[in-house]
Design a protein around this ligand. Structure first.
Ligand code: CA
Length: 221
């Protein structure tokens, strides 16, 4: 899962980045509103954390422009304490959730996780596919109740496929959601990653649909 954090305060941005990375997410930080709007408009982020007070273009305008253009990506808005009218405006502009500064970073992470789950249609923090379970709170994957050790990148693959269980996900889509924009990627990187996960979760855990992509919880060919 790839996230955009639009926050101009370097201290807050660093705290958010490190907490979200520890939660197994891929995080890109941008401090300028105009640049952030552009990135959210052109890159397929799974969610955005959006500070309302930004240089360049204010967060509310950024959000309104995305929504006007039909961008449905989940957005959590950060507002200043006491500004209830800002919160109302943010929600009216299309925010999915908000958090008032100062906040506990643990709460931000929990809210982001919930946004990602809800966007994919999962009300519960534990997603199951067959005998495989993904606990998004603890970043744990288990098979038949037994914990399986995955590297951060392996976890991101399983997490993305399980959030979108039953759907065939193409290699380009996986590349976009599992790696940073400018990352130099070997053409077979996804294949190698899938193979490693199959060694740990079983060959049937991830199914290949030739010419289309990969799926968890689909019918075999
Ligand atoms: Ca700010």
């Amino acid at each position: 899962m790839r996230l955009l954090v639009l926050e101009d305060d370097p201290g807050i941005a660093a705290t958010i980045r490190s907490a979200l990375e520890q939660a197994g997410l891929l995080v890109e930080v941008e401090k300028d509103g105009e640049e952030g709007w552009f990135r959210g408009d052109t890159e397929p982020y799974d969610a955005v954390v959006l500070d309302l007070g930004l240089p360049g273009l204010d967060g509310l305008t950024v959000l309104k422009r995305w929504r006007k253009a039909g961008r449905t990506l989940p957005v959590l808005v950060l507002t200043a304490r006491g500004n209830w009218d800002e919160r109302v405006e943010g929600i009216d502009a299309g925010a999915d959730d908000y958090l008032t500064k100062p906040f506990r970073v643990e709460e931000l992470v929990a809210r982001v996780r919930a946004l990602l789950r809800r966007a994919a249609g999962h009300p519960s923090p534990v997603i199951e596919v067959g005998d495989i379970s993904l606990d998004t709170r603890q970043m744990r994957v288990a098979k038949g109740g037994l914990p399986i050790q995955l590297s951060p990148q392996e976890y991101r693959l399983v997490s993305y496929l399980m959030h979108h269980r039953g759907r065939v996900v193409s290699q380009p889509e996986l590349t976009e959601h599992l790696y940073f924009q400018d990352f130099e990627l070997d053409s077979n990187a996804i294949e190698v990653l899938v193979r490693r996960v199959r060694q740990k979760l079983g060959t049937e855990a991830i199914l290949t649909r030739r010419g289309f992509g990969y799926t968890m919880d689909g019918e075999p060919d």
